[in-house]
Design a protein around this ligand. Structure first.
Ligand code: ATP
Ligand code: MG
Length: 361
């Protein structure tokens, strides 16, 4: 039995980047042997194990064969006779298809090191076309390694996959997973640009494609100002209508925290930008409508998105924060206990309005 470190860990180490997780391939072992050594089986479709102490992933070397359309259309074959090279051959990109043995020797049958040096994203074999997730992964790597270009042959393959309808088979969870990871990268715009160039964007994100240049401009502004993927996402969608954002979220099953901020900023950035001076009543109603008293983080998040639009002077942001601080200090303890629920609510509103007025004038 031989163990090799594979995939992203080798790639990132050669690039001089921090290695976030390590994946291993085990050659020449059976499932029973792994279990006997104390590894915990976790793979549903193929034999993957967790190391009993480090909890890192160890997969038996395997080959795969496409037998039907879609995500689950693969038959895997993992036996002690499967070689490391066979396992590496099923991987997506040459830069992800390198391995290292226990003595630190690099095993690189597809010239991944050379593609790293020439900064090129290139598929390992024609089997690339069998899994549309690879298009998403490639677009995400373009965002992660923005100075890399896509090999022409790989790009043609991606276009053909899109034309053949492969992208329609992607499950929402994977689309969102890769999108979210791309939003966390150095240049998320590359993710959307690559998808646009190969034709996948109009299938996956038609509402972004419609006003593409503006969406990318907003996204790029957000990337300069915030690392928070929720803020970046909200900026990307800011020129979409509420119903477009909701449709988008439903299709991709987007987590609540992302959807919330996108809707909030699409609805209220305009209010905050408006140059007309606001009355105390309007400002207070705005705080109430965004539920800032119960969820104060929402105001901060919203202001983080507004900052992205350059037009907003810093003082204005500070002003909103200061006003909110003043009114949020006024709460139940400032209102007589003898009052009914509605009366308390009205009285709180009145006291808070007076407090804002005092600050405004
Ligand atoms: P990172 O973990 O930094 O996102 P990674 O390349 O390690 O990058 P993983 O999802 O951890 O990505 O996958 C580990 C390895 O498995 C990859 O490097 C690649 O070789 C292979 N791999 C993952 N997904 C696919 C896929 N859909 N098709 C082909 N190979 C894949
Ligand atoms: Mg990995």
């Amino acid at each position: 039995m031989k163990i090799y470190l594979v995939g992203g860990a080798i790639r990132d180490k050669l690039l001089g980047l921090k290695v976030r997780e390590r994946d291993f391939v085990v050659v020449g072992a059976t499932v029973d042997e792994m279990l006997r050594l104390g590894f915990k089986a976790v793979g549903k479709d193929f034999p993957v194990f967790l190391h009993p102490e480090t909890y890192e992933e160890y997969a038996l070397a395997r080959t795969e064969r496409k037998v039907a359309a879609g995500y689950h259309g693969f038959v895997f074959h993992a036996e002690p006779s499967v070689t490391l090279e066979q396992d590496l051959a099923r991987r997506d990109l040459t830069i992800n298809a390198m391995a290292q043995d226990e003595d630190g020797n690099l095993i690189d049958p597809f010239n991944g090191k050379n593609d790293l040096d020439r900064k090129c994203l290139k598929h390992v074999s024609a089997a690339f076309r069998e899994d549309p997730v690879r298009i998403l992964r490639l677009a995400r790597f373009a965002a992660f390694l923005p100075e890399f270009t896509i090999d022409e042959s790989t790009f043609i393959l991606m276009q053909e996959m899109v034309k053949a309808g492969e992208v329609d088979a992607l499950v929402p969870e994977r689309v969102w997973q890769e999108t979210k990871r791309a939003l966390e990268c150095a240049k998320p715009n590359r993710f959307f640009e690559v998808l646009k160039e190969c034709g996948a964007l109009s299938i996956l994100f038609p509402s972004i494609e419609k006003r593409f240049n503006l969406a990318i401009k907003l996204l790029n502004n957000a990337v300069k100002k915030s690392k928070d993927p929720r803020v970046r996402f909200a900026a990307l969608l800011n020129n979409l209508s509420i119903s477009e954002i909701k449709g988008f979220a439903k299709k991709l099953n987007i987590p609540r925290e992302y959807l919330d901020l996108a809707l909030l900023s699409s609805t209220y950035c305009g209010f905050i930008f408006d140059e007309n001076s606001r009355s105390a009543e309007e400002i207070l109603c705005f705080f109430e409508k965004i539920d800032a008293f119960r969820r104060p983080k929402r105001l901060n998040d919203l202001l983080s998105v507004c900052v992205v639009f350059n037009k907003l002077p810093k003082e204005k942001i500070q002003n909103y924060k200061r006003l909110f601080e003043v009114v949020s200090n006024i709460n139940g303890k400032d209102v007589s206990r003898t009052k009914s629920g509605v009366e308390i609510k009205n009285e709180l509103h009145r006291l808070r309005r007076i407090a804002i007025e005092a600050k405004l004038f």
